[in-house]
Write a protein that binds this ligand. Structure first.
Ligand SMILES: NC(=O)c1ccc[n+]([C@@H]2O[C@H](COP(=O)([O-])OP(=O)(O)OC[C@H]3O[C@@H](n4cnc5c(N)ncnc54)[C@H](O)[C@@H]3O)[C@@H](O)[C@H]2O)c1
Length: 245
């Protein structure tokens, strides 16, 4: 049997990049998939093979109403939610001298408020269903080590680790597991924006000698989503080719 047969996975920020790769991997493992994104969610769902098992919905993860609507749509389409991947993210990289309060707030809002709203809404649906569930939150190696030019992003990604551990303790009694992923540099639109200089300096720190591929993050997400990780909760898995060990 496929790892996520008869499960439904909701994935935010999944119109492209890591979220889309996670949606593809969940679908390949038999799950129904619900994509939430600011833009392009329906088109992304249509691009997935087996599109009768994929639905896309416009959703801003900073909006409580949007996140609740996303979960409700998953329940309406597929009868429940078993996996929630809080993946949506943005960067507004600048040193503190140039970073505005707006740059700081926007990044904190999408990552931290968005992940909290998604975790809370999914945990509530999963508790009521009474069949457990898995919540996967997208942190980053930047949240472990801190990156210059990313005081906003590093703070948000470190906060997601704390949120994940606290939520795991709150909802474990109901068989709901909450874990986090910390990717290093993975080839997506987000990291293609980095300057050649920054890419070269980060690559020098990667023992495996290359950046990661979205599918490699997706494999870890499927592991956390599935019963393969049935006794893991509150943990953070690094997918960074050994960078910043
Ligand atoms: N690419 C990397 O190297 C890397 C490394 C570590 C962590 N991450 C994290 O992985 C996640 C995905 O990153 P990616 O590289 O695929 O980026 P990406 O820019 O390719 O995709 C991010 C997606 O999130 C969506 N999004 C942004 N704000 C949103 C909002 N308010 N509501 C709903 N959707 C929103 C965007 O529309 C986009 O589709 C992010 O949380 C990012 O911080 C990425």
């Amino acid at each position: 049997m496929a790892l996520l047969e008869r499960r439904t996975a909701v994935i935010t920020g999944a119109a492209q990049g890591l979220g889309f790769a996670i949606a593809q991997a969940c679908l390949a493992e038999g799950a129904n998939v619900v994509i939430g994104d600011l833009d392009g969610a329906a088109a992304a769902a249509a691009r997935l093979a087996g599109e009768d098992r994929a639905v896309g919905l416009a959703c801003d993860v900073t909006s409580e109403a949007d996140v609740d609507r996303l979960l409700a749509a998953a329940v309406a389409a597929f009868g429940g939610v078993d996996v929630m991947v809080n993946n949506a993210g943005i960067t507004r990289d600048k040193t503190m001298r140039k970073m505005t309060l707006d740059d700081f707030g926007a990044v904190i809002d999408v990552h931290l408020r968005g992940t909290w709203l998604g975790t809370r809404a999914a945990a509530s649906v999963m508790r009521e269903q009474g069949r457990g569930g898995s919540i996967v939150n997208m942190s980053s190696i930047s949240g472990k080590v801190g990156n210059p030019g990313q005081t906003n992003y590093s703070a948000a990604k470190a906060g997601i680790v704390g949120l994940t551990k606290a939520a795991a303790k709150e909802v474990g009694f109901a068989g709901v597991r909450v874990n986090a992923l910390q990717p290093g540099i993975i080839e997506t639109a987000m990291t293609r924006k980095l300057s050649d200089e920054v890419r070269a300096s980060r690559l020098a720190d990667v023992p495996l000698g290359r950046f990661g591929r979205p599918e490699e993050v997706a494999q870890a997400a499927v592991f956390l989503a599935s019963d393969m990780s049935s006794y893991l909760t509150g943990v953070t898995i690094e997918i960074a080719g050994g960078r910043n060990l």
